[in-house]
Design a protein around this ligand. Sequence first.
Ligand SMILES: [Ca+2]
Length: 501
Amino acid sequence: MKKIMNKAEIFLDEMIEGILTTHPGDLTVGRVLRRIALQYPGRFFRRKATVMLAFGLIFGLPAGFAAAQGLTTNETFTALVIGQDSVYANALHGNGYASKSWVSNAPVEVIVPLEGPVLTGKPVTFKLNGNPSNPHWELGDGTTAYGKSVSHTYQEPGFYRIVMGSKEGDTFKELSSAIVRVHTPETLHLPQVLLDTDARNEIDDQHYIGYGLFSNMDVLGINSVHHGPHRTDRGGDAQEQMNYGEIIHILALSRQSDLLMHRTENLMPQVFHGSKAPLQAPSSGNWQDTRPVKSEASEAILAAARGASPDNPVWVLPVGPCTNIANAILLAREEGLDLKSRIKIIWLGGGPEQVNVRSFNGENDPWSVYVTGQSGIEFWILLENPTGASLALDKRTDLGLYPKNKLGDYLVAISNIWSTQPKKALYDVAVVSMVVGKHLGLDWLTSVEPSSVQGPDQEYRWQKVESSTDVYIIREIDAEAMKADFFNTLNGKPTELPPMR
Ligand SMILES: [Ca+2]
C-alpha cells in the first residue's frame, strides 16, 4: 500500500532529488547528506558533500530548481535548516504542506557485515566503512589491531565481541561492534539466538532465559528492556535496571545449576542494557521518521547481524516490548545495513485482534511493533493471548518436573509467589520452543496467518493478507510438546539440534 503523496510532498522529494542530480561528486563526505542518500540510493550513493557546502547549495537552489520543474516560486516555498547534526526541510505547494527531517547522529564508521561463517584456525578479515582517524580494533580474544582492514585467526570456538573505534591517546571511542560465533565444522548449523527480555515483570521470562541457556542453541547475548515506564507500581524509571539485574541473577543461578558443564565459558552470552522507554511516534505518522534511541541492546542486535553468516541468520527473540528491535531497525537504516538477510524475529505479544489489547507487551510500546512490522524483516508474532497463554504450568501436576537445583528451586518459588491459582501461563517459553521446532521441522505451529500490522489510525489491528508477506501471526501451537521440551531441557536433556537437510 503506497501512501498517496500531496503536492508539497512530491515537490519536496523532487527538490531533494534535484539537489542530488545537479551537484556532481567532487566534494567530501558529510553525514547529513549521507542520510539523504539513503532515501535516494540509486542516484546519490557515490556523491559527496560536506554539511557546510550542503548548507550553501541547498539554500541557493530552490528558486532556480523550482523554475526547472515548471513551478513558480509563489506556488512554492521551501526552507531547509541544517543544524550540527540534523537537517529539517519543509515545502508549501498550493494547499499542501510537507516536511522531512534527517538526523545525522549515526556513526558512519561501521564494521562491514561478514559474508560467511568464521571457523577456528582459519583467518577472517574485518573491514570498515568510513574513515575514522586511527581505527583501532579489539578482537574479543585479547588481540588488538590497527587499520582499515584487519585479519585474524581464532584458535578457540566461542562467541567474540569485536569492537572497532578510534583511539586518541588513551581514550578509546567505540564506533561499531560485531558479535561473531567462531565455529568448528560440527557447530555451523546450530540456531543462533539473541534473547531480549523484560525479565522481572513476571515469571515467564526467567523460564525463557533458563530454557535458552540449557538448550543446544547458541545464545549470543541477552538484552534487557523496559516494561512500560508509565507503570509506576512496577519499578517506573528503574525497571530496565531491575530487569537487567534479574538476567544476571538467572545467569548466576544457572551457573550454580551446572550450566558450565553444558555450555563452556566461551559460549556464555553477554548481557546488554536496553531501552528505558517506549519509542515516540513521529508527527508525520511515517515509521521511517521515528527517531531511534541507541542503547547497548540496539547495538548488540546490529552487532549480531554484522557478525552473522547470511546462510544462518540470527533469531532475535523479544518477549517484552519491541523497543530494542525497532530501534535497531531504525539505526540500521541510518547506516545502510540490510538486516533482512541477517536476522529474523519472533515476538511474544499481541492480542487476538490487535497489538495492544489483551497484551501487556503490546501495550508497552505499540509503535515499536508497527515499525518492526513495516521493516520487511521476517517477523513472527506468537500472540500473548490466546497462543502464549495456552502453554501453561499446572502447579497440581508440574512442580515435580523442575530440576532439583538452584534454578529449578527459584522457578518453583516465583511460580508459587506469583499466584495461588493452580494454572499459570508461561507465554515467553513458547518462543524458545518455536526455534527448536522450526529447526527440526516439527509441526508445533498449528495455525499461522500471513498478515500485516496496521498503524494507530487502524487501532494497531492485524490484517490477514493473501499475498506473500514477511509477517506471520501464530494463533495455535502444540503447547504440550513445547512444555515437554522445556522441562527436558531444564533437566539436562536438551533436544539435539542436528544439521537440517
Ligand atoms: Ca516478558
